[in-house]
Design a binder for this molecule. Structure first.
Ligand SMILES: Nc1nc2c(c(=O)[nH]1)N(C=O)[C@@H](CNc1ccc(C(=O)N[C@@H](CCC(=O)O)C(=O)O)cc1)CN2
Ligand SMILES: Nc1ncnc2c1ncn2[C@@H]1O[C@H](COP(=O)(O)OP(=O)(O)OP(=O)(O)O)[C@@H](O)[C@H]1O
Length: 193
């Protein structure tokens, strides 16, 4: 069994609550402008340019509007795979051909209806990862499902966090199973960690 430190778990829980509130309170105009800036950043980012297959989350109302990037990637003939949740903590990467392949699933997150077009994680070149908070060192805090901590070790793809700069924090509680990212893309630009 995986050992979870109860103190770290509690710290994450409290921080998550606070940061989800911060995420919700971001101004709509900031969200829109930042999402557009992220598209402009990404289209010049080397890993994205070279990628044949990208794994990218489908942003909700409060997250980055990743539909801009999804459409750009599809228009450029890249293979686009997105998360499809199977059960708590387990997601698979499924290919889409257009935004119309997406339907509301758990928590209203848009996802493909079935796993018919599932792709092995080792076929992914770059993964764009969500968070509710991140540090400059590349640690992230998600909604607490442990989805990404389990998924990321299944492939050797480049891991790029895609988030609002407003969600950066100085420090996060880190447990032994927490997976880091290699790059951070925000509206302020792209940095490697
Ligand atoms: N846009 C987007 N897609 C994403 C994520 C994300 O953060 N953003 N995820 C990032 O991981 C995964 C989905 N995250 C989820 C997190 C929680 C639950 C959920 O059902 N939670 C339960 C309670 C969980 C618990 O018991 O702790 C619930 O709220 O009922 C579902 C999906 C994959 N897709
Ligand atoms: N590799 C793993 N194997 C088994 N369980 C795991 C693993 N990683 C995380 N977990 C479980 O998932 C729970 C949630 O982890 P954590 O709080 O780090 O999620 P998160 O990073 O916020 O969420 P997400 O990855 O879904 O965005 C942990 O308490 C732990 O029980």
């Amino acid at each position: 069994m995986l050992q979870v430190d109860p103190i770290i778990r509690q710290e994450k829980k409290e921080l998550r609550k606070e940061l989800i509130e911060r995420l919700k309170s971001l101004d709509g105009a900031y969200r829109k402008e930042a999402s557009e800036k992220m598209l402009n950043e990404i289209i010049t980012q080397k890993d994205y340019l070279l990628a044949g297959t990208i794994f990218i989350y489908v942003g909700t109302e409060i997250e980055v509007d990743t539909s801009l990037i999804i459409k750009d990637a599809l228009a450029k003939g890249k293979k686009v795979v997105v998360p499809k949740t199977i059960e708590l903590g387990h997601m698979e990467a499924c290919e889409i051909d257009s935004m119309e392949d997406l339907h509301p699933g758990r928590h209203g997150i848009l996802e493909p209806e079935n796993t018919l077009y599932r792709l092995e994680p080792d076929k992914i070149d770059v993964a764009f990862i969500p968070c509710v908070a991140y540090t400059g060192e590349g640690y992230r805090l998600g909604y607490g499902g442990g989805f990404y901590d389990r998924f990321l070790p299944r492939g050797k793809f480049k891991r790029i966090l895609l988030a609002f700069g407003a969600m950066e924090v100085k420090k996060l509680p880190v447990d032994h199973f927490d997976e880091k990212v290699q790059g951070i893309l925000t509206e302020k630009g792209y940095v490697e960690v």
